[in-house]
Design a protein around this ligand. Structure first.
Ligand code: UDP
Length: 490
């Protein structure tokens, strides 16, 4: 049933990958904190990932419920319990997972139809939810997992096709029609240049981060958009920050104690998100650069990539670090390895963190921005190269490692090899005491303050969430008066 009176009922259907699910759950919690009735549709195993934090919200009096459904994993040949891209061991398994998600359509349709919310917020990776919403006459808002910059860049690349009039993969071209001069090479473009998306879009973002692109998106591209982030800021308590995402592989206590002993802005944090796999050669080069840099570091060592004839198992992880590396850094207290999942938001906000080596996933960028730390950018795939350009060419908040080739999954023969010296040079450019590094730090700090302010009452993201909820109410009123006939978009 639709909600009564002044309260809107918003239904969220998060995509099953950490970088999508976590911000969407945070968004849902923001809606509930704003007084909306919220239902999150989630599969059994993924529900376990968010149950604690939702239980705490319910205790605080928020109107938020989980609607748990089962994923047809075994029907598509997935191992039982594999319900998230992070637990899919190979690209083939990820594809099976995407297929299982598609198979949820009838269940989702029934839920939308039974509960008939005022609006559905679903990932732009699930365009079929728009068809269902339209059929049922419910407003649908697409969650855009990235920023305005990425949307403007992809739109203009699709529209002007600047990459088609150049000779080689490595020649740089300027993307026409943007507020800034942004250059790319063809080898940095995603395999599929994204199709035009005319949906109403909901961004985990704040206006002050990319005002020119927010305006461009709305005024030039004509896309209806709301920015309500950084949504990770909804996690105010330490326990929420630690519980966000997967189960952490290091205790909060060990992590914070280690950081407490380091000087302010002296520590490098290295993490490549939830999905990136590096090969053994690459991790060895990273280890070399970290040691040579002399800066203390926390390195979230993700999974190493397997090739088809590689029998490499997780238990053998030590083998892909230089011999003795781990013992040495433990002994001299210089580094902390996190094998698995780190409490990233908690780490980044510690005053000891002075730089972030990132794969440029949108969540990581925003979390780094909130923390006010400069970046060392190392994009790999998805829209990460676009995000890198925002950081290095527009915001001047970081230095690029210099990766040149977009590649979805690093393997033994992968081109994603940056030498230890390349890595070291970028680290030194950000962590050093040159005028440029100092200015970058100042800019990062200032933007961090603006980010935190944006979600406070009366500021940009708070106001946009208020506007969005009013828009949904207006849509409901128009619908009950029979005014709306078409798309079902808010
Ligand atoms: N993350 C984390 N601990 C880890 C790895 C990742 O908390 O050890 C979180 C990180 O804070 C971010 C998300 O996972 O919120 C990754 O999203 P992002 O968009 O940066 O990259 P993706 O994983 O989608 O490539």
């Amino acid at each position: 049933m639709g909600s009564d009176g002044n309260q809107i009922h918003a239904m969220f259907f998060p995509y099953m990958a950490p970088g999508h699910m976590m911000p969407m759950v945070d968004m849902a919690r923001m809606f509930a904190a704003f007084g909306a009735k919220v239902t999150i549709i989630i599969t059994t195993m993924n529900a376990l990932r968010i149950k604690n934090v939702i239980d705490r919200d319910v205790k605080l009096g928020r109107d938020i419920t989980l609607e748990i459904i089962s994923l047809p994993s075994t029907e598509v040949g997935l191992p039982e319990g594999c319900e998230n891209v992070i637990s899919a061991p190979t690209p083939e398994m990820s594809i099976k997972l995407f297929h299982a998600i598609e198979l949820l359509q009838p269940k989702i349709k029934k839920l939308f139809s039974d509960l008939h919310p005022d609006c559905i917020v679903s990932d732009s990776l699930c365009p079929w939810t728009l068809d269902i919403a339209n059929e049922l006459g419910i407003a649908r808002i697409a969650f855009n997992g990235s920023g305005f910059f990425n949307l403007c860049l992809s739109e203009n690349i699709t529209h002007y096709e600047p990459h088609k009039s150049i000779e080689s993969e490595t020649e740089t071209f300027v993307v026409p029609g943007l507020p800034d001069e942004v250059t790319l090479t063809r080898s940095q473009l995603p395999d599929i240049v994204k199709a035009k998306n005319k949906f109403s879009e909901l961004f985990d973002n704040f206006y002050e981060l990319e005002p020119g692109y927010a305006d461009h998106c709305r005024n030039v591209l004509g896309i209806k958009a709301w920015h309500i982030g950084p949504v990770s800021l909804v996690n105010r308590d330490t326990v929420d920050k630690v519980d966000r995402g997967e189960k952490t592989s290091i205790s909060k206590h060990d992590c914070i104690n280690w950081l407490d002993c380091k000087k302010p802005r002296s520590v490098l944090y290295i993490c490549f998100g939830s999905l990136t796999r590096f090969n053994k050669k690459q991790t060895t080069e990273i280890a070399y650069a970290l040691e040579a840099s002399g800066h203390p570091f926390i390195w979230v060592v993700g999974k190493v990539s397997k090739t088809s004839n590689d029998e490499f198992e997780d238990e053998e992880q030590e083998q892909w670090l230089p011999k003795g590396f781990e013992d040495k850094i433990k002994e001299n207290g210089h580094g902390l390895l996190v094998r698995g999942w780190a409490p990233q938001v908690l780490i980044l906000e510690h005053e000891a963190i002075g730089g972030f080596v990132t794969h440029c996933g949108w969540n990581s960028i925003l979390e780094g921005v909130v923390a006010g730390v400069p970046f060392i950018t190392w994009p790999i795939f998805a829209e990460q190269f676009y995000n890198e350009k925002l950081v290095t060419q527009v915001l001047n908040l970081g230095v690029s490692i210099g990766n040149e080739v977009w590649k979805a999954w690093a393997t033994e023969d992968s081109l994603v090899i940056k030498s230890g010296d390349d890595i070291l040079m970028a680290i030194n450019a950000v962590m050093g005491d040159t005028e440029e590094a100092i200015d970058m730090n100042k800019r990062a700090k200032k933007l961090g303050e603006l980010a935190k302010k944006a979600v406070e009452e009366g500021h940009s993201s708070y106001n946009d969430l208020k506007r969005l909820i009013e828009d949904i109410k207006m849509h409901r009123i128009s619908k009950s008066n029979g005014v709306i006939e078409n798309s079902g978009n808010a």
